[in-house]
Design a protein around this ligand. Structure first.
Ligand SMILES: Cc1ncc(C[n+]2csc(CCOP(=O)(O)OP(=O)(O)O)c2C)c(N)n1
Length: 324
């Protein structure tokens, strides 16, 4: 894997590495908690960290991101307190959905993140709405929305891209092409060579980015975002990557050929970048240990606080007041 660092500062390189490692270590912890019955569901983004972390670092903190169920790195890169995330996944009152959902269907305006819509495609239309507001108010801000390869087969994808193109909405449509939409492989999902090719049909600029290369993601998104801020318009990005684990943990990967997983495991975004950083004397094995120890400490301390948080009580008045 080639890392074209150019003018990226060392501090940023370490930040990107630490960001990916944080996401990975949280996931590894969650997989243990899942087996212990302490959380009930997990959608893994292991192997796809470079996309969420690279993109979030490339955008400004007040620019909206609409992540999906595999974008933990968006939440962690916006520095949301981990105890609040852990409370969410444990169904605690202090979680974002107050115990109503235990996975990724939540957002937080405080961190400019709009929660995923379970039906996948519709959130691209929501991104259009946010971008329309930005355009009308001349804010020069980008809105980034995620979808998977599976999500691109929904009608909402077509509608959202079409209107964004016709109205010049400043949206970054990000397709995470990870090889499978649940158990449907990309070969059964679409008939064009690249999903980025769909941009032609909408009259929209599109790019293909190696989603496992943190530097490529960060550099290219930073450049594209700057361009959109100057000249508002939608751009379609196809990140090439792979889903190493199951759609969610319960369904497994029996339908995925083992060779495919082995091939992509060699392209792991973290180990490849780590090799680059160590072989170029940017960090050494001791630094890596320090980074991991400090992240593990943060994770464990925040887990302890989340464990102490209460579960919701049934209170009809409160539930109704939240709905209406
Ligand atoms: C309308 C609708 N159909 C089915 C589902 C169940 N479902 C959730 S995610 C998913 C797979 C989506 O695949 P893709 O967009 O490729 O994203 P990935 O999970 O691979 O990251 C499915 C079938 C759903 N949430 N909504």
């Amino acid at each position: 894997m080639l890392f074209e660092i150019r003018d990226i500062k060392t501090l940023k390189l370490v930040e990107l590495y630490t960001g990916m490692m944080k996401s990975r270590l949280i996931e590894e912890k969650m997989l243990i908690l899942l087996r212990q019955g302490k959380i009930s569901k997990w959608f893994s983004g292991i192997g796809q960290e470079a996309i969420s972390i690279g993109l979030t670092h490339a955008l400004n903190e007040d620019e909206y991101i609409l992540p999906m169920h595999r974008n933990l790195g968006v939440f962690t890169s916006r520095n949301i307190p981990l105890s609040k995330l852990f409370s969410q996944w444990q169904g605690k009152v202090s979680g974002f959905t107050k115990g109503r959902d235990r996975s990724f269907h939540f957002g937080t305006k405080d961190f400019h993140i709009v929660g995923m819509i379970s039906h996948l495609g519709p959130q691209m239309g929501v991104a259009d709405g946010i971008a329309l507001h930005q355009l009308i108010n001349n804010t020069n801000k980008v809105t980034a929305v995620f979808t998977g390869d599976g999500g691109t087969s929904e009608g909402d994808f077509h509608e959202a891209l079409n209107v964004a193109s016709v109205w010049n909405l400043p949206v970054l449509f990000c397709i995470e092409n990870n090889g499978y939409g649940l158990s449907t492989s990309t070969k059964e999902q679409y008939n064009c060579k690249n999903l980025a090719d769909k941009g032609i049909g909408y009259g929209m600029e599109s790019h293909i980015i190696d989603g496992n290369n943190i530097i490529e993601v960060y550099r290219k998104i930073e450049k594209i975002a700057k361009d959109i801020r100057k000249k508002p318009r939608p751009i379609l990005i196809e990140f090439k990557t792979f889903r190493i684990r199951g759609h969610e943990e319960a369904s497994g990967v029996k339908y995925v050929p083992k060779e495919l997983i082995d091939t992509w495991a060699k392209k792991d975004p973290i180990s490849n970048f780590e090799n680059y950083l160590t072989s170029n004397d940017i960090i050494n094995t001791e630094d890596i240990k320090t980074i991991k120890d400090s992240l593990n400490l943060e994770i464990n301390e925040n887990l302890e606080s989340a464990y102490k948080e209460p579960y919701p009580e049934i209170d009809v008045e409160l539930q109704l007041s939240d709905v209406f």
